[in-house]
Design a protein around this ligand. Sequence first.
Ligand code: PLP
Length: 359
Amino acid sequence: MRRVHNFCAGPAALPEAVLKRAQEEMLDWADVGASVLEVSHRSKPFIAVVDRAERSLRRLMSISSDYAILFIQGGASMQFSAVPLNLSLQGEAIDQLVTGQWSKKALHEGRRFGSVNVVATSEENNFTSVPPVGAWQLNSNASYFHYCPNETIGGLECSFVPQVDVPLVADMSSTILSRPLDISQFGAVYAGAQKNIGPAGLCIVIVRRDLLGRARPCTPAMLNWQLTDEHGSMYNTPPSFAIYLAGLVFEWLESRGGLSAMEVVNRRKAAKLYATIDQSPFYFNQVECSSRSLMNVPFSLADSGLDSLFLEQAEENHLCNLRGHRSTGGMRASLYNAVEERSVDALCDFMRDFEKRYS
Ligand SMILES: *Cc1c(COP(=O)(O)O)cnc(C)c1O
């Protein structure tokens, strides 16, 4: 068996220990003589899986009972519609900060449901920095403020939590669980699972309970957070395997020392890669240093004519999925929790060696 160094942006690497455990208990899970894929979501052992996953996530992120945790299908993109349906108040605008392609998608979706106030955008500098707070046009009557703390495609991170007077809503798809977070600063956060949580097809929503109940009457049942909460995330058949696997990932994170321990490793991994990029003009990353993402590191070669050779030789060295997003070109290495530090070391070694041979 050969497992490569996997830098995929999503669906992304999963901890090997988690995959092994799922493999071991695949055929006869929880002593039921069937796999977790084959049992009723209403059965006792499966309800226990959901409860366990929720409790583990609460411990990891210190989430109090003031917040509901919802397991929802449809990915983060579906929440681009669910957020305004559940939280926007009749006649009030929505504040949205635009720092890259994901927050822009959320903006387009938000506009279907009401008037959106673009607080600020860094599109004019190609999303290479977070607009300075002093220039933000906040609306104190806004239903909520939406932003994307980590732009997965641009590799841009908002290194601070915006201080606003309205409920703060964050698309945390590619940064959740990468470090501790003070959830009490947020009205709601959501994250597609396939970056740093588990399999694709699952999205996690963490929402302050006092914000439930604002959904518009026209909100489809499947998008209604309150209904989802009332049904214990089982209004319909949930993505049961994805929830099971996410639960295993949460427990793996706890066994590794939780999110503070992950942060230490994640900072070290990112620092090593940025140092390799910055050490010479052969590689470059355009994002303003203070806003560089810990999780997604896009980089280019000064001579883009070498791109395909770089990717080809990287693959030969088992360094996989480094091609940049189709909209940006170049390269991108995603360094989620399950990407081991030794994989980053191998990438940096390869990059230095490649540079020596082709500069
Ligand atoms: C991947 C991603 C999405 C889209 O997730 P889907 O699950 O494919 O809908 C949205 N926002 C961010 C920040 C992402 O990284």
